[in-house]
Design a protein around this ligand. Structure first.
Ligand code: THU
Length: 128
């Protein structure tokens, strides 16, 4: 894989804690300075407290002081590339704005989107 951010998302996927869904996902979020924060999905016995790979990456980055973001890569093993869920789109929008979203699978398929196209009419702080 040529894109190091996609390579990081694929590598993070290997750490997924997904014994219930058996659907490992990896994410890698790049900040404005080029630093990369990775995440994987983390499931638990209640199911409902599952945390997606994307939000793990966002919260890791925020907790380490990063604030401006450029791109996120998301990796799962599906032919139709896996997009972020609705909850993750909300969090990505609020903390990362209209970033580039690169979707990828382990067989080299990839697609690049903008978050505003995935999440066209967001509720955010501008309404409060
Ligand atoms: N999942 C993610 O981590 N990110 C996505 O973009 C889609 C879904 C996780 C949540 C759950 O652990 C598993 O994939 C199946 O939904």
């Amino acid at each position: 894989m040529n894109d190091p951010l996609i390579a990081a998302a694929l590598a993070a996927r290997a750490h997924a804690v997904a014994p219930f869904s058996k659907f490992p996902v990896g994410a890698a979020l790049e900040d404005a300075g080029g630093r990369v924060y990775t995440g994987c999905n983390v499931e638990n016995a209640t199911y409902g407290l599952t945390m997606c790979a994307e939000r793990v990456a966002v919260y890791k980055a925020l907790s380490e002081g990063a604030r401006d973001f450029r791109r996120i890569a998301i990796a799962a093993d599906t032919d139709a590339l896996t997009p972020p869920c609705g909850a993750c789109r909300q969090i990505l929008w609020e903390f990362c704005g209209d970033i580039e979203v690169a979707l990828a699978n382990p067989r080299g398929k990839m697609e690049t989107l903008r978050l505003k196209d995935l999440f066209p009419k967001p509720f955010d702080v501008s309404y409060l």
